[in-house]
Design a protein around this ligand. Structure first.
Ligand SMILES: Cc1cc2nc3c(=O)[nH]c(=O)nc-3n(C[C@H](O)[C@H](O)[C@H](O)COP(=O)(O)O)c2cc1C
Length: 360
């Protein structure tokens, strides 16, 4: 087999494996990322004549050649930015480079690169094929599949089928570096508020993780980290009435209904009187706070208190939560804190510590 074709095939295999990072784990993902960029350099060296031709001036260039050239330039730019973003989200190989707060951009770039590379590879098929219409249909189908894989299938698999296993001692415990008796962390997590069956593994999803084999919610783990860093009291928001369904998808539907109805599910009382600072840790639900968090905010008087917001999410940002909390928490000074991507939560202790130090 020609070395050029071998490199091309390897590149496609690595790209698809990279997209399935939820199955291969972080360290292989980072190593394969480096392998991919070595293959890309090899690909450019092998195709150097073509690459040079892109930048040559030519008056007689066909529309197809111009399209292909633009495509290749775009692929090169995206690959470069993707390489930078890979270092930006790296936790193991380039941890000192970790400058991107959320991997969302990295994911969109990777999906774009795969999609454009499929079109780029398809151009060969188009040129050689007799039936051009059929070739275009095949290319469009493959490009749509690449988009669906990156934008829908992988996030779906991630949320529904992945249980993250961590070591509590390594990920949560550490030196207590901050002291504040008047600090309370209040968190809401799906885990303690869900009607799980006994065989909880059968319904596990991305918002579930296991610390030393014990199931925990994402926000719960963050609350434990805050406690380990500062010794602050932590308290969950707990429903007193009906719990959320065990199925992730059903919970999404119920949450949507609650938000539309501006519902206030009943919760256990939380006494905030002895604290002047509250860290509120919550997951983004439909871009806003879960409605039990709204109940907590409306049930209490926050006059003279500061609420720091710590959001967790499956995409990026705070959604409308900063405004939503400010509108509900009477008398509070609401301050935007950090928004942590759900996959990053097990590794976020150092970032939380830095952030807590910056509050003093
Ligand atoms: C009902 C529901 C709605 C969600 N809506 C969003 C959303 O709008 N945007 C987002 O980025 N993540 C969304 N997510 C993902 C969660 O914010 C994320 O998985 C979070 O880390 C879960 O935290 P927990 O395990 O403490 O409940 C949603 C999750 C659920 C269950």
């Amino acid at each position: 087999m020609n070395i050029g074709i071998l490199v091309d095939i390897l590149m496609y295999i690595v790209m698809v494996l990279q997209m399935l990072y939820v199955f291969i784990g972080n360290i292989p993902h980072e190593i394969l990322g480096i392998a991919f960029f070595c293959l890309l350099v090899a690909h450019i060296i092998i195709k150097r004549k073509w690459v040079k031709a892109i930048f040559k001036r030519s008056v007689n260039r066909s529309k197809l050649a111009t399209f292909n050239n633009c495509l290749m330039i775009l692929i090169l730019i995206i690959a470069l930015v993707l390489a930078l973003s890979s270092m930006g989200v790296s936790r193991t190989i380039f941890p000192w480079f970790n400058f991107l707060p959320s991997p969302a951009l990295h994911k969109y770039l990777a999906t774009s690169l795969l999609t454009l590379s499929v079109i780029h590879g398809g151009m060969k098929l188009y040129r050689k094929s007799v039936n051009k219409k059929k070739a275009v249909i095949i290319i469009v189908i493959l490009a749509i599949l690449a988009l669906v894989l990156g934008l829908a299938a992988v996030p779906y698999i991630n949320r529904h089928f992945r249980t993250v296993e961590i070591n509590y001692d390594e990920n949560v415990n550490g030196e207590k570096t901050i002291s504040n008796d008047k600090l309370l962390t209040v968190y809401f997590t799906r885990l303690g508020n869900t009607d799980f069956e006994e065989d909880v593994d059968a319904v596990s999803g991305a918002s579930l993780l296991k610390a030393d084999g014990v199931l925990m919610g994402n926000t719960e783990l963050m609350a434990h980290m805050l406690n380990s860093i500062s010794g602050c009291d932590i308290v969950p928001i707990t429903l007193t009435g009906e719990k959320y369904p065990s199925s992730y998808t059903d919970t999404v539907v119920v949450a949507s209904k609650e938000i539309k109805e501006n519902a206030r599910p009943e919760i256990e009382d939380i006494d905030i009187s002895g604290y002047d600072t509250i860290i509120l840790v919550y997951p983004l639900w439909w871009g806003t706070i879960p409605m039990p968090v709204a109940t907590f905010l409306e049930n209490n008087d926050f006059t003279g208190k500061t609420i720091y917001l710590l959001a967790t999410q499956g995409s990026a940002g705070f959604g409308s939560t900063v405004e939503d909390v400010a509108a509900l928490a009477k008398g509070a000074n609401v301050v935007k804190g950090l928004s942590i991507y759900c996959d990053d939560i097990p590794y976020v202790r150092d970032q939380l510590e830095e952030w807590m130090k910056s509050l003093r």
